[in-house]
Design a protein around this ligand. Structure first.
Ligand code: ADP
Length: 646
């Protein structure tokens, strides 16, 4: 097969310009043959030439072949009838029949040839579509056919490759003897060959060779198909290296890691879950989700996991499950994990507690990742971080903070002792006076019970006032665990102002409380601690004005609802302002400018506010004095509350 033939085979379609030429030739030929046939002298002998017309239109397709066969048959018949009907001879009849048979056979053969060409053409097209390279070579190794796959892989265009020797063009390397032997005996060979692309890069190919033979069975060349192994080999190598890296990281990680198979257990739970949004259902059924996750089978674990669970070798964990290892108290974590993973997150973190095989309780943060091959929950990577020490340290810190806050309150109350005593003394004095005067009204000859009643009611109200002051002081002095509750900041400000009223009066400070009329959202905090913060800020403001030489002494308290929904309380004074202007130093522990100060008040305030998720800040005012403020997140956002000073 020549190179041109092969390419022509592939390009089976007839060029558009050839169609009219063939049709014109066929028509001219038909007219000439008909004219000759009608000449009586030739006696019908030329009709057989119509087969040339059928052969001319054959490349145009089956329809043209059939049409030309029928048309020439009809013309032959018509010419016979015109010329011989009146004086038929035996010779004319036989020539007529022979002509018709010849036309019929030619038509049928043309149709068959056409159909096998179509089939061959389609097969050739398939070769073009193949991503593999297909090359046909002669016995002399000359390239006769070169498909698109070969163009793409080797970088040589078809016209550049055809006619070249493949061993020279592609600098092929393979075991010649082995290949030749195989081809000779089996007629085919397959194996790896190394070739060079046009740009000089080396390729490793998986190649299949087939011996081509002529009709007599003599070898005439080779047809070969090859696919590039280079990329596959490279990606195999990379995958292997990546697997080794993963294994090394897995084994040597300093924290516990294990890979589990949840496909049986979790898959069943998810299958049984009602249709619709899974998350609420999973969150409300920890008693189903927890056991399902815990009974997932561990595929393998690292040594750190073995250490965490208290087993000697990590192999002991392989094939085991963790049923009964987790504590009930952390069961909700599994619902959180499963809900997030079922929602499409690939990685999720949750805290829980487990009991080791030695019975030790460990607080752990689980980080669960659905590995790419584990979409059916078959490969779940679990990392566990032991946070027991961190939690214990946090608990110790919280306790120390609470104790410090308590000490701060007691010390603050010590500073306020004189004012508080006076605050309580006032109603007590009033009570005594009202009691004396009631006695006098009773001792009269005609006791005035109406006056006695007035005195008694004044005694009650003053007694209540004194009890309120003592109650507030007691609650501040109380030592109890901080307890978060929904707190109305306005009430707390009322209380703090009442405790500090006397101190303000003693320093001739006028207190302005811009109590908002609009509702203010409650905040979630510990009531006593926030009260402590408020009293601290107010006392600091009063003291800053006491040490100032300015005549204006006004302390203003106001509230703002911030855009994010937080509630902020501001305490503005006309005092000395901060030494550094920014008010950052003042929150540091032991920073004080007062001779009898401890410098712990604002540091404690910051700890309290930040523990409640809020912020505290301070700045000098544009005119005189400073403003110290804090904000806390609101429990609920009230509609229509403007984010402004209210
Ligand atoms: P102490 O009151 O014991 O000094 P604080 O932590 O409450 O401790 O305050 C630290 C310092 O911050 C104070 O000594 C003072 O210098 C400064 N300070 C606090 N509030 C104000 C204020 N409203 N105006 C000016 N300075 C203030």
């Amino acid at each position: 097969m020549s190179a041109d033939n092969t390419v022509a085979l592939v390009r089976n379609d007839l060029p558009a310009v050839r169609r009219p030429v063939l049709l014109l030739t066929a028509t001219t030929l038909t007219v000439c043959i008909l004219a000759l046939d009608l000449r009586q002298s030739l006696d019908g002998a030329v009709a057989v030439l119509y087969i040339a017309v059928v052969l001319v239109v054959a490349p145009l397709g089956g329809r043209y072949v059939i049409a030309s066969g029928i048309a020439t048959g009809l013309l032959t018949t018509a010419a016979f009838l015109i010329g011989h009907l009146s004086h038929p001879t035996n010779g004319a009849y036989s020539r007529f029949v022979v002509s018709l048979v010849a036309i019929g056979i030619t038509t049928l053969l043309s149709l068959r040839d056409r159909s096998s060409r179509t089939t061959l053409g389609e097969q050739a097209r398939i070769l073009e579509l193949s991503h593999d390279t297909v090359i046909i070579r002669s016995n002399e190794d000359v390239i006769l056919y070169w498909n698109v796959g070969a163009e793409l892989l080797y970088g040589w265009a078809r016209h550049e490759a055809l006619g070249k020797k493949s061993s020279e063009l592609l600098r092929c390397k393979y075991d010649d003897l082995d290949v030749d032997e195989c081809l000779r005996t089996d007629g085919h060979w397959s194996g790896e060959v190394v070739r060079t692309r046009r740009d000089g890069t080396r390729l490793v190919l998986a190649s299949r060779w087939l011996l081509r033979r002529d009709p007599e069975g003599r070898p005439v060349g080779v047809i070969e198909s090859s696919s590039d192994l280079t990329a596959r080999l490279r990606s195999d190598t990379e995958r292997l290296a990546s697997e080794r890296r993963y294994r090394a990281i897995f084994d040597s990680a300093g924290f516990a890691m294990w890979e589990s198979d949840w496909s049986q257990t979790v898959g069943t739970v998810l299958h049984a879950a009602p249709p619709g949004d899974l998350r609420p259902w999973l969150m409300s059924h920890p008693e189903i989700v927890g056991p399902a996750i815990q009974s997932g089978v561990i595929r393998h674990a690292n040594q750190a996991a073995a250490d965490l669970f208290g087993v000697r070798h990590r192999e002991e964990l392989a094939g085991a499950n963790l049923c009964g290892r987790y504590l009930e108290s952390g069961a909700g974590a599994f619902s959180t994990i499963l809900a997030a993973l079922a929602d499409g997150e690939t990685s999720v973190e949750a805290e829980t507690r487990l009991k080791t095989f030695h019975g030790r309780t460990v607080d752990i943060v689980l980080r669960v990742t659905l590995l790419p091959e584990g979409r059916n929950w078959s490969h779940v990577l679990v990392m566990a971080f032991d946070v027991t020490e961190r939690n214990e340290a946090r608990a110790r810190f919280e306790q120390a903070s609470a104790e410090l806050a308590h000490a701060g309150r007691v010390s603050m109350l010590g500073q306020l002792a004189a004012s508080i005593a006076h605050e309580v003394n006032q109603p007590l004095t009033a009570i005594i006076n009202y009691a004396k005067s009631a006695t006098r009204w009773v001792d009269r000859e005609e006791p005035r019970l109406d006056e006695v009643e007035k005195c008694l009611s004044s005694i009650v109200s003053n007694g209540t006032r004194a009890a309120e002051v003592i109650g507030r002081v007691r609650s501040l002095a109380r030592k109890a665990e901080p307890q978060a509750e929904d707190v109305d900041l306005l009430d707390l400000i009322d209380g703090a102002l009442s405790i500090t009223r006397r101190e303000a009066a003693a320093q001739a400070v006028q207190v302005v409380w811009e109590r908002p009329v609009a509702p203010v959202p409650k905040v979630r905090a510990d009531r006593v601690q926030i009260q402590q913060v408020l009293v601290n800020l107010i006392i600091n403001g009063i003291q800053a004005m006491a040490s100032s030489t300015r005549s204006a002494r006004e302390l203003c308290v106001y509230v703002k609802v911030l855009p994010a929904g937080d509630v902020a309380v501001h305490v503005r004074d006309c005092g000395t302002g901060f030494p550094d202007g920014q008010g950052t130093m003042i929150f540091e522990p032991f920073f004080t400018t007062k001779s009898d100060g401890m410098g712990m008040g604002l540091s404690i305030c910051r700890t309290i506010i930040e523990a409640g998720g809020g912020t505290i800040w301070a700045q000098n005012n544009e005119g005189a004095g400073a403003t110290v403020a804090f904000s806390l997140p609101a429990c609920t956002v009230l509609r229509g509350v403007a984010a402004t000073h209210i």
